[in-house]
Design a protein around this ligand. Structure first.
Ligand SMILES: Cc1cc2nc3c(=O)[nH]c(=O)nc-3n(C[C@H](O)[C@H](O)[C@H](O)COP(=O)(O)O)c2cc1C
Ligand SMILES: [Mn+2]
Length: 489
């Protein structure tokens, strides 16, 4: 791989990082890795992650669980990979940020002129260090966590990459979809209607064929960022993550399916989804903060191969009542993607986008604009709600003026309280894309409604709108100069 030296404000790196292990060294270097020994896979790991991510929503470390009881000493689990502004910046190769909006800006700037890098096929790599075939497959050899008390099983795939090939157009999709262990060589894979993996599975099934699939459950977090967020249909997420990396990811073809796996992944399972075996899947504590999808029958994957590195690291993302161990990073990437998509759809004057953590990066999205014409605010609402990144399982979209920081919930709420006339300024969209995880939906219902909230000053009399009762920047500066010391104690 080409090595180039890049100076970032973190220091000098040989970038990009080659794999999860090199990346772990870097985040340890910025003081954001916490190693914890002796935590049990059975509920403890999930509860410890919840405890830390709830207690320290600002800048929590990544958690590396080591010496997990009942497992080989060198098998590890990693939680909260990208869940801070600093770790996101290291992962994506940005300068040291001043908070979340800085990372949103950098990500969105990169997307303006983004070049995809298709994966490069290689013959060998560390993922081939160990291969279990057919009858040798035993998924219980890994310290897979049982995450929440009411879960229907041990979820091996949470911070995962589900890898599939479109049988018609031959592109490779990655999606992050939950994977539960049913028995030593069978897993359940839940993909919500409309997700690319599910559309692909339906194509194989329509042809009467099983659907080949691979799941990486330990890998470079850069891949997770592309896999777990909405990249356009037909654009391969390997190529998308390679675009961020500035060079291709190396992939190796699997023995069973020929699908590509990251050459530097930690653990990859390979097999096929079959039509003639259905088993109970769920419930699972989810990102909305509820056990929202009930137990139902779903298709399963028959696992034929397991590839893993020596001393493997399983990557975990534990959804649950927010904030969870991945929600911050989801919100950053989501905000930047919505910003990029509304701009590419022609919206001018966007000052910021923030997808709030309380909504899991989907349910409460705010866009701020500098209004330039009547209807501009409504256009912003419709595009933010309709963009591919902002569409699935949304609820509230709010547009605010440029003086409101969309990530500051207090100020957004103040704008809603003072610049919005509900009868005029709230529109309801019906029959929008939702899914089983929506706690407001009955089983089987996959659509919901949206509120589009215009919390901007009314454009037609914006200049006559009451002035904000706060000191002018000049008076504020003078006051700070003379009296700022009063803030010191
Ligand atoms: C940690 C995490 C877990 C997720 N779990 C699921 C899941 O179980 N099923 C699902 O349909 N989407 C899930 N998603 C959302 C999808 O990964 C996301 O919508 C992504 O865009 C799917 O890829 P696709 O656009 O190629 O379908 C999850 C996302 C994250 C970040
Ligand atoms: Mn996709």
């Amino acid at each position: 791989m080409e090595k180039k030296v890049v100076n970032t404000s973190f220091g000098e790196y040989q970038t990009p990082h080659i794999d999860l292990r090199e990346w772990l060294g870097r985040i340890e270097g910025i003081g954001e890795l916490k190693t914890i020994k002796g935590v049990d896979w059975n509920l403890e790991m999930g509860a410890v992650a919840e405890m830390i991510y709830h207690a320290k929503p600002e800048n929590p470390p990544a958690l590396l669980f080591e010496e997990i009881p009942g497992y080989p000493k060198d098998f590890k689990v990693l939680s909260g990979m990208t869940n801070s502004a600093g770790r996101l910046a290291v992962t994506l190769g940005f300068d040291k940020p001043n908070g979340a909006m800085d990372v949103v800006q950098s990500y969105r700037n990169r997307l303006k002129d983004f070049k995809l890098h298709d994966a490069e096929h290689v013959e060998t790599g560390p993922i081939l260090e160990n291969i279990d075939r057919d009858q040798e497959v035993d998924l219980y050899k890994f310290p897979v966590p049982f995450l929440h008390e009411e879960d229907g099983g041990r979820y091996m795939g949470t911070g995962d990459l589900v890898i599939m090939r479109d049988p018609d157009d031959d592109w490779i999709n990655l999606g992050t979809y939950r994977v539960v262990i049913h028995d030593k060589n069978t897993v359940g894979l839940w993909m919500s209607p409309g997700k690319h993996g599910r559309l692909i599975r339906e194509k194989y099934f329509a042809q009467g064929k099983p659907c080949p699939v691979m799941v990486s459950v330990g890998h470079d977090p850069l891949l997770f960022l592309s896999s777990g967020n909405e990249v356009a249909y037909g654009t391969g997420e390997f190529a998308h993550a390679g675009g961020h990396r500035g060079q291709p990811f190396e992939v190796i073809e699997g023995e069973f399916s020929g699908l590509p796996m990251p050459a530097h992944a930690e653990i990859v399972i390979e097999g096929e989804i079959v039509q003639d075996d259905m088993r109970n899947e769920g419930p699972f504590g989810e990102w909305t903060g509820y056990y929202a999808s009930s137990v139902r029958e779903d298709y399963v994957v028959k696992v034929k191969r397991v590839y893993y590195r020596n001393s493997p690291i399983l990557t975990m993302a534990r959804p649950g009542r927010p904030p969870a161990d991945y929600t911050f990073s989801k919100c950053v990437v989501k905000s930047a993607m919505i910003w990029d998509q509304v701009e590419k759809a022609g919206l001018p004057g966007v000052k910021g986008v923030w997808s709030h953590i309380s909504g899991g990066g989907r349910l409460f999205n705010v866009i701020s604009i500098e209004q330039a014409y009547g209807g501009h605010a409504k256009q912003a609402l419709m595009l933010a709600a309709g963009s591919h990144a902002g569409n699935y399982l949304g609820r509230w979209v709010v547009v605010v003026d440029e003086d409101i920081d969309p990530s500051n919930l207090f100020d957004v709420n103040w704008a809603m309280n003072t610049r919005c006339d509900p009868v005029e300024d709230i529109d309801i969209l019906r029959n929008a894309w939702s899914g089983a995880l929506d706690p407001m939906k009955k089983p089987g219902e996959n659509i919901n409604s949206r509120a589009l909230v215009d919390a901007c000053r009314p454009f037609d009399w914006k200049d006559d709108f009451p002035h904000v009762a706060e000191s002018s920047p000049e008076l504020l500066e003078k006051t700070l100069d003379k009296w700022g010391h009063l803030l010191d104690d």
